[in-house]
Every structure is written in structure tokens, then in C-alpha cells.
Write a protein that binds this ligand. Sequence first.
Ligand SMILES: [Zn+2]
Length: 328
Amino acid sequence: MNYKALPKIDLHCHLDGSARPETLRELAVERNLQVADIESLRSSLIAPESCPSLDEYLKRFELAVQVMQDKASLERIAYEIFEDASYENVKYLEVRFGPLLHMNKGLNLDEIISSVLKGMNDAKEKYDIEGGIIIAALRTMPTDRLDDLIETGSKYLDKGLVGFDLASSEVAGFCDTFKPFVEKAKALGYKITIHAGETGVGKNVFDAVTIGADRIGHGIHIHSHQKAFDIVKKHKIVLETCPSSNVQTKAVTSMENHPIKDFMDAGILVTINTDNRTVSNTSMTKEVKRVMETFNLDLSDYHKIYEYSVQAAFTSDEIKEKLLAYIR
Ligand SMILES: [Zn+2]
């Protein structure tokens, strides 16, 4: 099968984990940062096949965050991710990022969000790709700026910003802290996706759906929590699974043990996504190939997954129709 030629949709892709190593190096040099040669840099950005923990995995984002502190770098990296995705026939891409991480050198939230949107919108104009931007609250950061983030972001909801996410390290019961922010974002018109059930706590998925998640990032641990499994199935909540990343972060022990196929068989709506094109050393082509070959999926299985992605995309019916036309 020509996996590259298949139309693809990526609903779960992080901006800072998907920057080209070459670009990061160039930006670092321009900013007088100490940086290794490209080969060493590349290997230091890629998380090992089995990383000791999710937190160890998250360390790979440090250089990207360090250089993405001005408008030009944010815009460029956003542009290049859409460009790279279009080259492998990704027809629709949602990129997420935590704007609060990019304020270290004085940028304000408007500048940060509008730069990323500009990068995406310029790429959308040039290439055959649709998509949107999701802003994320990082659970490891204080919550005192989240009202400002959500309010500022809401001004861009008709300009390509489409959703709100809770990301980074996952502890049991995190939804209690973030419920008011999720409710506020939802009331302002954001679609909601929440990283939950990624590294062990199935109940977090139940809580995330209860506080208003439209989709779940990962969600693979619903297999260990019946109530979470049931609510996801009953409400047809789409799971954004990221197979290679799940192996790297030890969320699953191996690709063969990934629950994606069991979920499909049980009627759970699963999708295939990259998570981090650079840190997970992947692309949509690689993820789709890995999943289809590991679980012996045929084209009609793949089309089902693609349709779930269309269904769950934070976009208009018009764009959804356009995306469905690629597989008809
Ligand atoms: Zn993620």
C-alpha cells in the first residue's frame, strides 16, 4: 500500500514537538545559543523508543520552547509543520500549543496566538491542507493566567483558533482544578479536547468527558476503567490515539499491545495521530503504516478511522464534506 498517497487527518500534533531540527538549529544559532551539530541535535530531540517516563519525554521540548519566544519563530514553525504535513497528503491538521510558554521574552498573548495563526493561514493558502489551532493550558503551570489566555484566545475563534486543551503531565483527579476553565472556554465557543488516560489513570477520562471534553487526547487507559470506557462509548467521544508516542512514553508496552484495534472492535471511535512529529520521530505516513501493518487493517478499516477523524474535527460541515470527498 502507498501510505504516503493516502489522504490523512491529524487531530493531535504539538507545535513545539514538531519543529524541524534544522529550523531549531538555525533559530538557536541566530539567537547565540549553544547548540550541537545537526546530527547530535536531531538525536537529542528524538525521544528513545522507550523513554523512562512521560516527564523524560517532555524534556525533549526544551530547545523549541527556548527559541520560540518571538513572532518570527512561532510563525515559521507553524508554517513549516503545515507545509511538511501537506507533503505527505495530510488534508487536515490541528496543531496545539501552550501560549503561556512563549512569554519569556516579553511577547503578549495576542502576539503569540496571532503569529501561530499567521503561519498556519499562510501555509493553508499555499498548500492543499485545511486545519486549525488549539491552545493548551499546561497542567504543570500555575492557573492564574488561564482566564486571560481563554479570553484573549476567544478573539481568534473565527480566525483559525478552534479549540482548548489541557496538556502536559497527568495526575489523578486533575479535572477538579481545571473544570471552571474548561467550562469558561466552552461557553465562549471553543471546542474542547483534553489529554486524559494517557499514562495510567482511566478515571481521568471519565472526569474529562463529564466536565465537557468533546474529544480525548490518547484515552488509552479506558480499558482499565469501566465507567470511562462506557461514557466514551455511549457519548461517541473520539479518542486521539498517538501510537508511537504511546510506546515511547510507556503508556503501552509495545505497538502490538496498543489497544487501538480492540477499541475499534468494541465500537470505540479511534483515530491515528502523530503527537510530535520531531520528538516521536514520526509522520502521519509512518503512524498509519505502523498501525495498519501491526493490526492487519485493510483500506475499509482505514477509511472508518479517517471518517471518525472527520466527524471529530473542530471544523465546519463544508470542510468535513471536502475531507470526506477524498475517500469517496
Ligand atoms: Zn499530546
